[in-house]
Design a protein around this ligand. Structure first.
Ligand code: 4AD
Ligand code: MG
Length: 463
């Protein structure tokens, strides 16, 4: 057996009369007038291959085991299909059963099982229509991301997952230590002294690769990271994960306007690529998950994003006459209800908000002349809210030092970050895009736990 094989997606292109083999898992089987019809999937495309078993082709004891979930190789001949919606099917001549799936206990039997239930069997859900489609779109989105940046001369860099610095200055980090041992279902701390720990100081899982990306942009000009990111915020919402993937470009010689242009181009190009290459998957989402998905995505690709300052947005929110759970005023952080009102009710497409109050943004954002706002930008999307967060960075040493101190952060910890401003500083900008938020947007799925194979959320790290 070799990894080289004809995927189901390629079998559809074979001429009738061709002898071939199909490998995959049984989605459904039905019998009629001595014939058995099996829908077979190998995950290579949305469509299943229909396989026909004439009576007597397969021994009865094997045929009995060809039930939902079973894994098989079927040898046969491609024939024209009389059924609507498919060009060809496979007429079986023999079968090798790799693994049966007991119909009494197989957990992925039920049609229409809830997403909550499927999350409990995440190790099997990839075999179904919805999650097969989600994972294929996820794969294509990652590919399109690399293509987008590579075409533009950005260098792909890898930033560390374990770090001693708090990139967002927000403190929602998971600690990494070898001094914590688990015995008999209990934790035991074997040292209270960080200097005795593995790294000789407190270490954490990264909340963002940005600061390290900035160091490489100051030398390689345009770079991007695309890796796992961790946040220990205890928020069990449909848009937050404790472990998610972030795409972070960082550009030397770039300001906020350039940053916004890149963000807008990125979303348009990646969404356009997925529409072009995952048509069957998106058609399914459009039909079963989010009506008007295709229309909305087409609109996003073809119309300019609205650009507003935070101050303008607050005025719109105040004058909109909408009753919000969280009252809105200048200086307040936008809640998801505000973001949704702006994008869904007021504008009807993605909005880029800029120039937020410095109090609600991270220490590294470039200060505006008004002394109150910073050169931040968030891209907000209908249904999702914030999908991208970025800024022009503070490149002036004295301003940055003052800001770090003002925010009560330890100056020493950022010595290497400050060195970038000490030696050959340059105006620069970048952003972070939550990969799973993008996938929510593109697939129309409602819960972020359903666009990553194995979600990490409060109370959940089973597999
Ligand atoms: O806005 P954030 O916190 O920005 C940063 O981390 C910057 N350092 C990025 C940069 O400028 N290089 O996060 C960026 C994006 C958010 O807009 C959101 O899409 C996503 O990351 N995100 C999350 N996605 C899923 N679960 C969470 N808990 C998330 N927190 C942020
Ligand atoms: Mg943000």
């Amino acid at each position: 057996m070799d990894y080289r094989r004809t995927y189901v997606r390629d079998l559809f292109a074979l001429a009738p009369g061709t002898d071939t083999s199909a490998y995959g898992w049984v989605k459904t089987r039905r019998d009629s007038k001595g014939l058995s019809f099996v829908q077979l999937s190998d995950g290579s495309c949305f469509k299943d291959l229909q396989v026909i078993f004439n009576e007597g082709v397969v021994p009865a004891d094997i045929l009995k085991q060809i039930t939902t979930g079973a894994c098989l190789r079927i040898d046969g001949t491609i024939v024209e299909s009389p059924a609507a919606g498919q060009s060809v099917e496979l007429l079986a001549t023999s079968v090798e059963l790799y693994g049966a799936a007991d119909p009494v206990t197989y957990p992925l039997q039920k049609k229409g099982a809830s997403f909550e239930y499927l999350r409990e069997i995440a190790h099997l859900r990839g075999r179904g229509n919805t999650f097969g489609a989600v994972y294929r779109v996820r794969n294509r989105a990652a590919y399109a991301t690399h293509t987008f940046f590579q075409k533009r001369g950005f260098q792909y860099i890898h930033t560390p997952i374990i770090t001693a610095s708090d990139a967002e200055g927000a403190g929602a980090m998971f600690a990494v230590s070898t001094k914590l041992e688990a015995h008999d279902g209990k934790y035991k701390l074997t040292s209270h002294d960080p200097s005795e720990d593995f790294f000789g100081k407190p270490a954490f899982l990264t909340v963002s690769g940005q600061l390290e990306a900035e160091t490489l942009a100051m030398g390689l000009t345009n770079v991007y990271t695309f890796g796992p990111t961790f946040r220990a915020e205890n928020s069990s919402t449909s848009r937050h994960l404790a472990e998610f993937w972030m795409i972070e470009p960082e550009m030397a010689f770039c300001d906020l306007a350039g940053d916004m242009n890149l963000a807008e181009e990125f979303l348009k190009e990646v969404i356009g690529d997925i529409m072009e290459n995952c048509g069957d998957d998106l058609a399914f989402f459009n039909q079963r998950i989010e009506p008007q998905l295709l229309e909305t995505l087409g609109h996003v690709v073809n119309s300019p994003f609205e650009r507003l300052t935070y101050t303008e947005a607050i005025k719109l929110l105040e004058q909109g006459g909408e009753k919000f759970e969280y009252p809105i005023h200048w200086g307040a952080d936008l809640q998801s209800e505000h973001e949704r009102w702006l994008t869904e009710v007021k504008v009807g497409r993605p909005v880029i908000l800029t120039d937020y109050p410095k109090e609600i943004k991270a220490f590294y954002m470039r200060a505006n002349e008004d002394g109150k706002t910073v050169r931040a930008m968030d891209v907000l999307a209908p249904r999702i809210g914030e999908i991208i967060g970025g800024s022009q960075r503070e490149e002036r040493l004295d301003v940055l030092e003052a800001r770090i101190l003002e925010m009560g952060l330890p100056l020493e910890a950022y010595w290497w970050y400050l060195d970038l401003r000490r030696y050959g500083s340059a105006p620069h900008a970048g952003f972070g895009l939550g990969f799973e938020r993008l996938l929510l947007y593109v697939t129309g799925m409602k819960n972020i736990r359903d666009v990553i194979p194995y979600h990490r959320t409060p109370g959940h790290a089973e597999f």
